[in-house]
Write a protein that binds this ligand. Structure first.
Ligand SMILES: Cc1ncc(COP(=O)(O)O)c(C=O)c1O
Length: 388
């Protein structure tokens, strides 16, 4: 059975005036930056149109458009069971600014910040650009290629200078959705060393099997030391709207974070808030169908890699629409993304951009039409065959 998303074509996508499709030459199939190619939910478009028709283009209140925080709070409860209140929510112009704000709020120059690597690059940037020490702890890998949090390695990395644990959950690029025991081990580390935590949960809605468990929901003591960053931009394909939310159950922690965010002079633009509110309130049907489609793409990649790319290793992502492909046992090991671009005209993220633990890997964004995912996999197969 075909899905309307199957009909998206390379020629049409190439015309889009978006970063994803303008970054490479015209013949390159772009499967890099984390944007979806799917049309946005009609509910979101209607939400933005209704806001536009209101012609109320003045400064929004600090607490946002009416109902926007409530929409998030209801969404979190509905999807994860985590119960928070609107006054525990602060609006952000994106999640990455929130990462910078958390580093600023909970550490000083020269302090150490712990994070599990390989990792989405802005975590490191938020740390080092502000004169903090990035204390990276590589995730451990089992025989199936599945990554997991290694409490002993994290413990060994903590120094007296360590102030903050930065968590990416679900994890970009590995696609791990951490399990409760891993989250409890992280919470234990935070509590024992009296650290603060910032948990970037932007990909939480994109969890394939079972529910996402927010870090702040596993342990009350750790929750009191945590800021959680969430938003609709990945799940609803709204990255250009630049909106996110910080949630903190402890008012002192939230205040400290807000002070640090003073460089942001206003809440995110009103149309972005209108789009986010509509996504949470009315986007459920669109989202369910999109997640189902993404799961089909994920399963296709998993099958293809096992059957036709035996030297490539992949642990199918538990969340996110990102596949973290391990080419270390192939002829492309030195520079998989570079070689696939040159010889396969395929645009993937270079694994080393996620840190040294990404050497020999490339990240593939599969939020596109299934025939294009198939095409990308065949291009990888073609390059591997021609090089072996
Ligand atoms: C884990 C994670 N955090 C943050 C972002 C970007 O957030 P924003 O565009 O809201 O700054 C991304 C984008 O891919 C991401 O994967």
């Amino acid at each position: 059975m075909t899905h309307p998303y199957d009909g998206l074509t390379f020629d049409e996508l190439k015309q889009r005036p978006l970063l994803k499709w303008r970054h490479y030459d015209d013949d390159v199939l772009a499967m890099w930056v984390a944007d979806m190619d799917f049309p946005v939910a009609s509910a979101v478009r209607e939400g933005i149109h209704t806001w536009a028709d209101s012609a109320l283009y003045g400064y929004p209140e600090w607490t946002g458009l009416p109902g926007v925080r409530e929409a998030l709070v209801e969404h979190l409860d509905r999807t994860t069971g985590w119960k928070v209140t609107p006054d525990q929510v602060w609006l952000l112009p994106g999640v990455v600014p929130g990462l910078f704000g958390a580093v600023k709020a909970f550490s000083s120059q020269g302090d150490g910040i712990l994070a599990s690597t390989p990792l989405y690059p802005p975590f490191r940037m938020a740390t080092e650009n502000q004169g903090r020490l990035f204390q990276s702890v590589d995730l451990a890998q089992d025989d199936t290629g599945r990554y997991h949090f290694d409490p002993a390695a994290a413990e060994a990395a903590v120094t007296p200078a360590t102030r903050l644990l930065m968590l990416c959950h679900p994890h970009n690029p590995t696609g791990r959705s951490f399990e409760r025991d891993e989250l409890e081990a992280m919470a234990d580390l935070v509590n024992r060393h009296r650290l603060f935590a910032v948990s970037d949960e932007l990909h939480a809605d994109l969890t394939y099997d079972g529910r996402h468990t927010p870090f702040a929901s596993v342990n009350k003591e750790a929750a009191a030391r945590t800021v959680t960053l969430v938003g609709p931009t990945k799940a609803f394909n709204l990255a250009g709207l630049k909106i996110g939310f910080a949630v903190a159950e402890n008012p002192e922690v939230l205040d400290r974070f807000k002070q640090a965010m003073a460089f942001v002079s206003m809440p995110p633009p009103s149309p972005s808030q209108a789009g986010a509110r509509a996504a949470y309130q009315h986007g459920g049907e669109w989202f369910a169908s999109t997640l189902d489609y993404l799961k089909g793409n994920r399963d296709l990649i998993d099958r293809f890699v096992r059957e036709r790319l035996p030297d490539v290793r992949l642990h199918a992502p538990e969340a996110t629409y990102l596949a973290w492909l391990d080419f270390r046992k192939t002829a492309l090991a030195d520079d998989p993304a570079g070689m696939l671009l040159e010889h396969g005209r395929l645009g993937l993220n270079d694994g080393t951009s996620f840190g040294p633990a990404g050497q020999g890997f490339a990240r593939l964004n599969f939020a596109t039409a299934r025939p294009l995912v198939q095409e990308a996999l065949e291009r990888i197969e073609g390059v591997l065959t021609s090089r072996s």
